[in-house]
Design a protein around this ligand. Structure first.
Ligand code: ZN
Length: 372
């Protein structure tokens, strides 16, 4: 697999950095907790700055960047290599047709080990954690952020896997969830203390770790809210019929959300569409498909089927509202995928292959879900 991957790099400069000319260390602490966390990359004028915490000390290293290059580097205290590209970021299409297999996982919430276990046991990745699913599409339905303490590990892994999948004509789709947006907007309600401490040692706000000039930040700001594969919609929480009143295509909604992640609270509050899109009835928060919800009015089956028909799809796959197991409802038109990965030892995934939907787990369990 790496051989093929390497071909991509023949047009680029690959630099292995294990030591750096400019190294600054400060904020040496006596604490016994000894935090090691990161790295976070920040793009500047003809340079990239690699910032991380090593045993409670903040380390910042500049590397010279001239033009478009792909860098691979490793750091003391961290496993494996990190790869970054100074090429401009691109926004992927949000519609795909003739997709023969897809795999959906949702609401990872920093549970890196559980995510890896599920992907590895279902052969989406191999024993080296590299892409092993050929032309398949992996959909990560949002909420990678918050709660758990391995968010950064999740982000670097998805970042790498996305590039690897491309080499095999496969695809990784990382959709925005409410927790991605919350952290980018510096809402720290669910942020693990580890990241607050990291930001403090770096003398930043938590949201600055994901600012527009950071690698994670510019990458996350290319992500979609809604994508369509074949005749299926994928969205973190759900689509409220109210969305259709605004008469925007879902592609336009993706742009509006992306372009307003950094909008002021007042702009979002006083703009009706933005207030809806970022609010409790919008695609990042809506819970109206589920019975046990207090935040959204429950949708009726006929209303939902009409909505999907109006939008030209026949199914919608959602996360956000945690279920005991994957169990489609509303005549198999809604498939909920969030099954509690956030707990660290639970959680299922949705597999579609050869025209059939399956519920799968981190072991060999595989149950057909929808019967013709
Ligand atoms: Zn959510």
């Amino acid at each position: 697999m790496w051989k093929k991957r390497f071909l991509v790099f023949t047009f680029s400069t690959v630099i292995f950095l294990s030591c750096f000319a400019q190294e600054i260390q400060f904020n040496k602490a006596d604490s016994t907790s000894k935090l090691t966390e990161g790295p976070y990359i920040f793009w500047g004028n003809e340079k990239a700055t690699i910032k991380y915490i090593l045993n409670d000390s903040y380390v910042s290293q500049d590397i010279v960047v001239r033009g478009e290059e792909i860098f691979s580097f490793n750091l003391e205290g961290f496993d494996g290599d990190f790869e970054i590209s100074s090429y401009p970021v691109t926004i992927n299409p949000s519609t795909y047709t003739d997709v023969t297999k897809f795999f959906v996982i949702s609401d990872i919430h920093g549970q890196y080990d559980r995510m890896i276990e599920i992907l590895k046991n279902n052969r989406i990745i191999d024993a080296n954690l590299d892409w092993a699913w050929g032309e398949g599409h992996l959909i990560i339905l949002g909420d990678v952020f918050d709660r758990g303490d391995k968010v950064t590990e999740c982000l670097w892994f998805i970042h790498k896997l996305e590039m690897q999948a491309e080499d095999w004509k496969g695809k990784v789709h990382f959709l925005l969830g409410n927790h991605e947006v919350m952290v980018l907007q510096n809402n720290l309600s669910y942020v693990h203390d580890k990241y607050k401490k990291t930001a403090e040692l770096m003398q930043m706000k938590v949201s600055d770790l994901y600012s527009q000039n950071s690698e994670f930040g510019r990458w996350l700001r290319t992500k979609h809210t809604i994508i369509k594969l074949n005749d299926v919609f994928f969205v973190h929480a759900g689509i409220n019929p109210r969305l259709t009143y605004y008469n925007y295509s879902f592609e336009a909604i993706n742009n509006i959300v992306r372009n307003n992640i950094d909008a002021t609270k007042d702009k979002i509050k006083y703009n009706e569409l933005l207030n809806f899109l970022f609010g409790s009835d919008g695609p990042l928060w809506y819970r109206g498909y589920f019975e046990d919800t207090k935040t959204s009015a429950q949708i009726k089956q006929d209303q939902l089927l009409q909505l999907l028909s109006d939008m030209g799809v026949n199914k919608i796959v959602v996360g956000h509202t945690t279920q005991d197991f994957i169990n489609p409802f509303f005549k198999d038109s809604v498939i909920p995928v969030d099954t509690g990965i956030k707990s660290g030892n639970k959680g299922e995934a949705l597999l579609y292959e050869n025209g059939i939907y399956y519920r799968v787990k981190a072991n060999s369990y595989k149950e057909q879900l929808i019967f013709p």
